[in-house]
Design a protein around this ligand. Structure first.
Ligand SMILES: [Ca+2]
Length: 468
């Protein structure tokens, strides 16, 4: 036994850096709770309190790295960085710009809505290519976003390392590691590395595990599935399979490329897969049936948490729901069309993917450019590693390989203009076909072709009219 006559200093870490309310009902979250617990710890003999502040609404740890980054840039440039969160980013942005207010240097709104703003209001955002000191070729800007989101050489919106929301809005496949081990099937990490992680392979593995667990002859919410997703995933899956329905010409203007034999083939494959109720837990089949479908403890999340879904085709934002899951899970990019496809492709959720934009109302573009670039550069150095280490490796995928997979996923993102602008409702045509179990995608798309090309023309004309 140690020498009890010597004095000891008791330190109480009452919040922890990475702990969540789902892990313990005793975790203090609000300032009041933290104060109460702190006083109680002091009364019990603690001499030192070690505290990590929390966002009261969610209990998420505040990202220390983001705070540190802001302090670094504030001190270096003698400025003050103010973050103004709002529930209605496009609305607040539009109001500030219409009032010719200089209160915002950068605006980070959802990709789709930022675009809608530009289109409906006309020329409210500055061309990022023309802002001095924003060097878009630098690695703290997403090079795929730079190339894919421009129209006619103008780039009003892109992705940078300043924000993390777009990282969470990236589609990937979560997989259950316990099921991989229990069924002795291939390690998805090895498949990805070997370039053999394909739709066919995923289907084959899904068939190995799908089972009518309760033996009632019907696949229900208590049974085991190979794949979980929704009809929306069909279009997303086609993008990941390398199909591009909109391409840009030599003048950087979008053109409708339509379907071809290869994309029709992939469509049919996804239709067969997503339509197979013995294999697929499909969210659409459970809407209005009683049980909650999403929300962290609905049909979909419960099935994954309870080891009854091998592959979950979803955005990374959902992983927050599985931190208290017993079994480990991993993360891989969506599968390729076939082994010949070069690289893995991940799409983003355009409605929750926050972007980088600069309003035209900025009075000192030089200053905004310098600070934006410095913030993004510092983010790549400090915030991104923290995001990988703390958010993903430690709490999410709980293994060594997930960081490597994230590099692959983030390095191969596609920002599909069709998804963004929804020209002629093109992406919806696929979900609609899926929902009505229709195989006539060619004629469905032909019917809206004029609408699609007209809508593209309007977008291109709007861009051409902007002076900024
Ligand atoms: Ca059953």
């Amino acid at each position: 036994m140690s020498d009890m006559s010597k004095k000891r200093i008791v330190t109480a870490a009452i919040t922890g850096a990475i702990h969540l309310p789902s892990m313990s009902e005793y975790l203090p979250i609000t300032p009041e709770q933290i104060i109460d617990e702190g006083v109680a710890a002091a009364e019990a003999g603690a001499a030192v309190l070690h505290i990590h502040a929390r966002i009261p609404e969610t209990g998420e740890p505040i990202n220390d790295a983001v705070y540190g980054r802001n302090r670094t840039i504030e001190e270096k440039y003698n400025i003050s960085i103010v973050n103004r969160p709002t529930d209605d980013i496009p609305g607040s942005a539009r109001n500030a710009i219409m009032a010719n207010s200089d209160e915002y240097d950068i605006m980070m709104g959802p990709l789709a809505n930022s675009f809608a703003n530009v289109l409906s209001q006309g020329g409210m955002l500055a061309d990022l290519k023309n802002i001095a000191y924003i060097d878009l070729a630098k690695p703290w800007y997403d090079q795929n976003a730079n190339a894919q989101l421009s129209i006619g050489g103008k780039l009003y919106v892109t992705m940078s390392d300043i924000g993390l929301v777009d990282k969470n809005a990236t589609w990937s496949y979560l997989f259950n590691k316990k099921m991989i081990a229990d069924f002795s099937i291939d390690d998805p990490y090895k498949l990805v590395r070997g370039g053999t992680w394909t739709i066919d392979k995923m289907l084959e593995m899904s068939k190995d595990v799908a089972h009518d667990v309760n033996g009632d002859g019907v696949m229900g919410i208590d049974d085991r599935y190979g794949y979980a997703g929704e009809t929306y995933n069909l279009y997303i899956g086609l993008l990941s399979a390398g199909h591009q329905f909109f391409k840009k010409n030599n003048n950087d203007l979008p053109e409708y490329a339509g379907l071809d034999a290869a994309s029709i083939n992939s469509f049919e494959k996804f239709m067969t897969m997503l339509g197979d109720k013995n294999l697929v837990l499909r969210a659409d089949d459970w809407y209005g049936k009683g049980p909650e479908v999403w929300g962290g403890s609905g049909v979909m999340d419960n099935a994954f948490r309870e080891n009854r879904v091998l592959f979950f085709d979803t955005s990374m934002a959902r992983v927050v729901f599985y931190r208290d899951m017993d079994a480990d899970f991993g993360i891989v990019p969506p599968p390729k069309r076939d082994e010949a496809q070069q690289g893995y492709i991940s799409s983003v959720s355009v409605n929750s993917c926050n972007s980088l934009t600069v309003p035209v109302t900025v009075s000192n573009f030089e200053r905004t450019g310098i600070i934006t670039d410095a913030l993004a550069a510092e983010s790549l150095q400090t915030v991104i590693p923290a995001y990988y280490e703390v958010q993903l490796k430690t709490k999410m995928a709980r293994d060594e390989e997930s960081g490597e997979m994230l590099d692959i996923i983030y390095g191969g993102r596609i920002f599909d203009l069709g998804l963004l602008y929804d020209w002629g409702g093109f992406p919806s045509a696929f979900a609609n076909a899926m929902q009505s179990n229709a195989t006539d995608i060619v004629s469905r798309v032909e019917k809206i072709e004029t609408r699609i090309t007209d809508a593209i023309e309007k977008t291109v004309e709007a861009y051409a009219s902007f002076l900024n």
